[in-house]
Design a protein around this ligand. Structure first.
Ligand code: PGA
Length: 249
């Protein structure tokens, strides 16, 4: 049985004080949750160690990490530093990192390998642009993102990876993928994992959907056989909405 996960990506939102309050509220509601999904929150770097003191059942993720282990990289944060704050997961390859910071598949592969060798569990994001979908290139784009992004990762290490499919046109737009569109791509990703790794890796992989997921549409997305949870942006900034998504499972 693969793990069900609902993860909240706070992006560049909340002051430290607001973030601590939000984390406490999420932890409290998590204790009353009615689903068996694992709940993860990804606050900004500056909040990680404080937030870690406030959560227990809720797990901690960072939103990004450096591609180098240590040294003269002003402003960057290494996987080992993240681990030392109590973070267990790290989001790698979010579309905002790809588009705003020009992070390409090769760089993301470097981050994936470093994060895994350090002991973090990566939540690896993939997703196509609207133009790519409209041009019929969506499967080629996802294949390339996974084949290069997950290159040289061992079958054992893949047991620590979570994949998030986030169509870029659905992120923060209010336009959610239909349940059929999500299922179609999640199935494609799972089949691709058989080619790239093994049947077992594919069967065990938790594949999250992300992009305008809300309490009102979560249940029909999560009802798909290959959708194993969600990566939530905007709706993760309100504990009640976030937990309503968790409880939609
Ligand atoms: P959204 O963001 O839920 O606000 O669309 C999802 C994400 O970027 O992970």
């Amino acid at each position: 049985m693969r793990k069900k996960i609902v993860a909240g990506n706070w992006k560049m939102n909340t002051t430290l004080k607001d973030g601590m309050e939000l984390a406490q509220a999420v932890e409290k509601l998590e204790k009353e949750k009615t689903s068996d999904a694992l709940v993860i929150i990804a606050p900004p770097y500056t909040h990680l160690s404080k937030v870690n003191e406030l959560i227990d059942d809720v797990k901690l993720s960072a939103q990004n990490c450096a591609s180098e282990a240590l040294g003269a990289f002003t402003g960057d944060i290494s996987p080992e530093m993240l681990l030392s704050t109590g973070a267990e997961y790290v989001i790698i390859g979010h579309s905002e990192r790809r588009s705003i910071y020009n992070e390409d598949n090769e760089l993301l592969n470097k981050k994936m390998k470093l994060a895994l060798s350090t002991g973090l569990k990566p939540i690896f994001c993939c997703g196509e642009l609207l133009e790519e979908r409209e041009a019929g290139k969506l499967f080629d784009v996802i294949r390339e993102q996974l084949a290069v992004g997950l290159k040289d990762i061992t079958i054992d290490e893949m047991g620590k990876v979570v994949i998030a499919y986030e169509p870029v046109w659905a992120i923060g737009t209010g336009v959610v993928a239909s349940p059929d569109q999500a299922q179609e791509m999640h199935k494609f990703i799972r089949d691709l994992l058989i080619d790239l790794f093994s049947e077992q890796v594919a069967e065990d992989m938790t594949i999250l959907y992300g992009g305008s997921c809300k309490p009102s549409n979560a249940a029909e997305l999560f009802a798909n056989p290959d959708v194993d949870g969600g990566l939530i942006g905007g709706a993760a900034l309100k504990a009640e909405d976030f937990l309503a998504i968790v409880n939609a499972y």
